[in-house]
Design a binder for this molecule. Structure first.
Ligand SMILES: Cc1cc2nc3c(=O)[nH]c(=O)nc-3n(C[C@H](O)[C@H](O)[C@H](O)COP(=O)(O)O)c2cc1C
Length: 171
């Protein structure tokens, strides 16, 4: 049965421990297709998605974020943003690259959750090392690393969020 969006939002959480079981190309392609459809400012699509799944690339990527749990993931998607082609708002020059990349990344995590896969946003990594690993040109930034795989445990942590009354106002 298809999950409704509220259920899906509840089911996605940061998975910090994975089974060694590989993600099939079929599932990975579904996640990537959902990501391709993400919106972006002026439809610039200033992004590339690098799937890291060879043993050599995985071991180099793991050096960019040296955590035991991170190394358990069987694959990763590095979401990269292109600051050269992203939309800059004429009024103030604001670069919308990060916003676009964030939307695409959340498509990855939600699409994965809908398929029973776990993910975690990771931004606290060594950016220069990751950029060198991917061979990215100057204007490109590796923005987020998303480990993707089957969660090691079935325990879903409870959500710790501000109450709606704290974050919503009506005028
Ligand atoms: C922009 C961003 C960066 C994040 N970076 C990291 C990170 O480097 N390492 C990590 O373990 N979790 C990271 N997270 C995960 C957050 O800690 C997590 O989403 C938050 O605590 C809420 O928990 P939940 O995802 O389980 O609902 C990041 C999340 C976001 C949105």
């Amino acid at each position: 049965m298809a999950m409704d969006f509220l259920e899906l939002s509840e089911s996605r959480y940061s998975v910090r421990g994975y089974q060694s079981r590989l993600v099939s190309d079929e599932l990975l392609n579904k996640v990537l297709e959902a990501t391709r459809l993400a919106p972006s400012a002026v439809n610039k699509q200033p992004w590339k998605f690098v799937v890291v799944r060879s043993e050599e690339a995985k071991s180099r990527l793991r050096n960019c974020y040296d955590r035991e749990w991170f190394a358990t993931a069987p694959s990763y998607i590095v979401v990269c943003g292109d600051h050269a082609s992203s939309w800059k708002r004429p009024a103030d020059g604001k670069d919308h690259c990060d916003i676009d990349v964030a939307i695409a990344t959340e498509h990855i995590t939600l699409a994965a959750a809908s398929l029973g896969l776990g993910t975690c946003w990771v931004c606290n990594f060594d950016v220069p090392s990751c950029k060198a690993l991917l061979g990215l040109p100057e204007q490109w930034e590796p923005c987020v690393i998303v480990p993707i795989g089957y969660p090691a445990t079935a325990d879903v942590p409870s959500k710790n969020r501000k109450d709606l009354s704290e974050i919503v106002s009506y005028i």
